[in-house]
Ligand binder design. Structure first.
Ligand SMILES: [Zn+2]
Length: 269
């Protein structure tokens, strides 16, 4: 009898590591997906532009630091597949986003992303695609350049509305136009069904969220948030961590780590 019990106990102990590894693998509630947000890439920083821009040298250092710390870039599509279809994600997933669609995303960030085979998502303002100074303060990439980036398989394009204004202040009609016109232009110029939206300045009402869903967007992002995303983060309120041109690589890694820990500890619930 004792021998039998001992055998049982021994086999239970032997099985334990297998069980815990398996449990870890399927605990998708512990999976966190930080989204880091960039804007323009500018070499004259900090003299001529806002601290939302970053030099290409520093941007490359950030990318190298993410790789060194084991992060794998994923697309929003992969996040949606994880959220809705239980698809697997790499061990330390991260999403890199850009807002506004600046030409420097194409000329400076894209070559670096290609070099390291890293994915990113660019939210474009449909009314400024291909526009140059002085029509706009900073040049924006063209539809052709957007197509080139999409064809690499690394870049996704999302909508940052048509006008790039505070949508929450618009009438229902104008908000609808802003959301639908940008989606229409992206869909027709780039030949796919755009499902990704980032509201300018992260400003929107509940009605705007509903309008976005009705316009055909599946997912929308906020801006200037704290926290990272989990499987349970509402799909119309994804959190993004803004990265400033003053952040060192160490700052970025620490920022992501702290926000991830706080998210898991329930600070933001
Ligand atoms: Zn913007």
């Amino acid at each position: 009898m004792i021998k039998k019990l001992l055998t049982l106990l021994l086999s239970a102990i032997l099985l334990m590591p297998t069980i815990s590894v398996f449990a870890e693998e399927i605990d998708t509630n512990q999976v966190t997906v930080p989204i880091i947000l960039y804007h323009a890439i500018e070499e004259n920083y900090p003299d001529e532009i806002s601290n939302l821009a970053i030099t290409s040298k520093l941007f490359e250092e950030h990318m190298q630091a993410l790789l060194k710390h084991g992060y794998t870039t994923i697309s929003f599509q992969e996040y949606m597949d994880f959220k809705f279809n239980n698809a697997k994600l790499p061990e330390k997933p991260i999403i890199i986003a850009f807002d506004d669609g600046y030409l420097s995303n194409y000329t400076k960030a894209y070559p670096i992303l290609l070099k390291y085979r890293m994915k990113a998502t660019i939210f474009i303002v449909a009314s400024t695609v291909g526009k140059q100074y002085p029509e706009v303060n900073y040049a924006h990439f063209t539809w052709d350049q957007a197509r080139t980036m999409i064809n690499s398989g690394l870049i996704e394009i999302g909508s940052h509305t048509y006008y790039h204004n505070d949508v929450s202040q618009y009438s229902s009609e104008k908000a609808n136009l802003d959301l639908r016109l940008s989606k229409y232009l992206i869909d027709t110029n780039l030949g796919f069904n755009c499902k990704l939206l980032a509201f300018p300045y992260g400003l929107f009402t509940e009605e705007n969220q509903q309008q976005a869903l009705e316009a055909g967007y599946t997912l929308s992002c906020k801006v200037g948030d704290v926290g990272v995303n989990t499987k349970d983060t509402p799909i119309t309120e994804l959190k993004r961590l803004t990265i400033f041109g003053t952040y060192t690589s160490e700052n970025v890694i620490n920022y992501i780590n702290v926000q991830t820990e706080r998210e898991l500890e329930g600070w933001y619930n």
